[in-house]
Design a protein around this ligand. Structure first.
Ligand code: SAM
Length: 297
């Protein structure tokens, strides 16, 4: 039965008219472009590329004839109607990014949403994704994980996301540019403690592929000594699940004050300690408030 079903699927004509194909492309090793991806890209009527020049080499090597459109964060809104019109007129369309899966920290999401909204079929031709490749090779739990992509580069929003990540109990995957990696590792060390498990996957699928871990401290030390180069994905172990510990109010106040003295806001300190203590953020915040009032009397 299973065999029959898989034959039926493989006999479907691809690419089909009016279908949007979301195609995964290599994140380094060109051998990772699947035969199905090759075939669809070679035959599809049009291809929306994050960068037509970047993808030109791979598409030319496949003999892809489809018209190539640039489709990136700066022309998404102006390009969408044109791409939808192609689908409306029965053309097949593929979307690819520079590397990996479109839509994952790359253009693609808006096109998929718009195509679905307009009633078009959307089919993903799966391929490499740095986040998942890094996760499954990290040795960290894969059964529950979350993906944060790139954090905001600075400001309150970055701080808030980092504080939330520090208390996240699932494995967290992050993307980061090499020139910002040491800064991110320092922030994670401050908020998670430097013994937290972490693997940095560098240059996945490429000649100089490397894994650096097994903790924030070891990764930080490594990249302080060796300037980060190439592409990096971080896989951070989850925070230990809190077993509410019986401690006095004075103890929790002292911990909160220590966190604040380390440079984070009262609200962030309460959020972070809530995970460890099993107390609610509101309770911890109230303790802090109460202590400040007592001191001022
Ligand atoms: N859509 C892509 C995907 O599916 O993986 C991600 C694109 S995002 C703009 C680029 C980021 O992904 C890089 O800054 C890096 O964090 C990560 N990345 C991409 N290729 C990688 C590789 N070969 N090794 C490690 N990380 C990689």
């Amino acid at each position: 039965m299973n065999g029959r079903r898989s034959n039926i699927v493989s006999q479907r004509q691809e690419p089909a008219a009016g279908v949007l194909y979301v195609v995964g492309t290599p994140i380094g090793h060109l051998g990772d472009l699947s035969p199905r991806a090759r075939s669809v890209l070679a035959k599809v009527s049009a291809i929306a590329c994050e960068d037509t020049r970047h993808s030109g080499q791979i598409l030319n090597s496949l003999g892809a004839q489809g018209h190539r459109f640039s489709f990136h964060q700066h022309n998404t809104q102006s390009r969408l109607p044109q791409l939808l019109e192609l689908l409306n007129t029965g053309q097949s369309l593929a979307v690819i990014s520079d590397a990996g899966l479109p839509g994952i920290s790359d253009p693609g999401e808006e096109l998929v949403a718009a195509a679905r909204k307009a009633g078009h079929e959307v089919i993903c031709i799966p391929g490499p994704c740095a986040a998942i490749t890094a996760l499954v090779s990290s040795g960290l739990p894969c059964n529950r994980f979350c993906f944060e992509g790139f954090l905001p580069t600075k400001g309150k929003e970055r701080r808030q996301q980092l504080v939330a990540i520090a208390s996240e109990t699932r494995t967290t995957i992050l993307y980061e540019a090499p020139h910002r990696l040491v800064k991110l590792l320092k922030e994670l060390a401050q908020l998670c403690g430097d013994k937290r498990p972490l693997q940095v996957a560098r240059e996945l699928t490429k000649r100089h592929e490397q894994q650096i871990g097994p903790t924030i401290a070891t990764a930080l030390q490594h990249f302080i000594e060796q300037k980060p180069l190439g592409e990096c994905t971080l896989v951070l172990g989850g925070a230990p699940i809190a077993v509410p510990a019986k401690q006095s109010d004075a103890h929790w106040i002292a911990e909160l004050e220590a966190l604040i003295a380390g440079g984070i806001s009262a609200s962030d300190a309460a959020r972070q300690l809530a995970q460890k203590s099993g107390l609610s953020k509101r309770t911890l915040y109230a303790l802090l408030h109460q202590s400040a009032e007592e001191e001022s009397q």
